[in-house]
Design a binder for this molecule. Sequence first.
Ligand SMILES: Nc1ncnc2c1ncn2[C@@H]1O[C@H](COP(=O)(O)OP(=O)(O)OP(=O)(O)O)[C@@H](O)[C@H]1O
Ligand SMILES: [Mg+2]
Length: 351
Amino acid sequence: MRILLDKFSKSFGTTSVIEDMNLEVGSGEMLALLGPSGCGKSTTLFAICGIHRPTAGRILFGDRDVTNLPSQERNVGVVFQSYALYPHMTVEENIGFPLTVRRVAASDIKKQVAGIAALVHIDNLLDRKPSQLSGGQQQRVALARALIRRPDVLLLDEPLANLDAKLRLEMRSEIRRLQKETGITAILVTHDQVEAMSMCDRIAIMKSGEIVQVATPSQMYQDPRTAFVAGFLGNPPISFLKGKAAHGAFVSTDGKLQMTLPALSGIADGTALTLGIRPEHFGTAGNVPVEGKVTFAETQGRENLYDVVLPDGSVIRSIQPVRDDVTLGDQVRWGIDSKSAFVFAEDGTRL
Ligand SMILES: Nc1ncnc2c1ncn2[C@@H]1O[C@H](COP(=O)(O)OP(=O)(O)OP(=O)(O)O)[C@@H](O)[C@H]1O
Ligand SMILES: [Mg+2]
């Protein structure tokens, strides 16, 4: 079921949180709403599921305008960070609850619960109470409860935030598997870029109530539209260097780094610029030499991380295959791969 937000706006009193947002989630697609805390992700999700009424604009499921429909008439399944299972009910009763309130016949509920429990791999836990389950198992129950009414749309708001690192990893692929197997259209709200990249078909990056870019994870990483997007994706993060344009090149503040970039051919000399370099594009193989001092060196097992401080005080991070010939305090002369560098105007727009 396609989801469409058409000029969606939401204010609380005089505070405008979302203004004129347009977004389309394709049928069967899983989309991440990714952005920093307070940017309006949950507000958007709450409007889609019917908890919040939009201040302006429309929300469509397929061709059906659901803007003014109450939540229970939208056929959405929702899982929140606090998955709030009913503690006095068994797993079976928790999962079947949405059907119980709809007065579905008990034998029918039993059959449907069994089916959905098998799908999320908790069919052996049906008699337990929530307190007798691990965090990951509780999360599966919450998912089963959200899916049992065969919703048209699955909405997930930070569903993994309460799980430890290992479980989070396991549930990431589990949720993705379920979404694919059921073919359900899903929106995942998260501020974790790794979660968004690994679980979703496309990512919508939000900043201060606006969608900055919508793209597949690899497009977003390789072709960010702004410095904010480039800085949001990637771990370790991209490094930024300040400088100016001169004769079609980026020139660092101290003049020591000069890099000709096709994107700068029409840019006036003296224009303030920011250069973005991902850690994998700075090392021994880079074509534009940079000298600096190693102020941070750490091995990650398979790779090493280094921070190199340039004479003007700026720092570039490097990620390289493990080596032990470089240590803290060393002076190095490495290079930036100019073909992979991004350049941004002062307002953050990519040039
Ligand atoms: N009911 C409300 N009344 C007034 N302001 C609200 C209300 N709900 C949210 N806001 C404001 O709207 C903005 C966006 O909040 P929202 O919960 O959507 O952020 P978020 O992106 O989900 O953040 P987080 O990652 O921290 O969950 C915040 O500034 C918040 O204070
Ligand atoms: Mg939120």
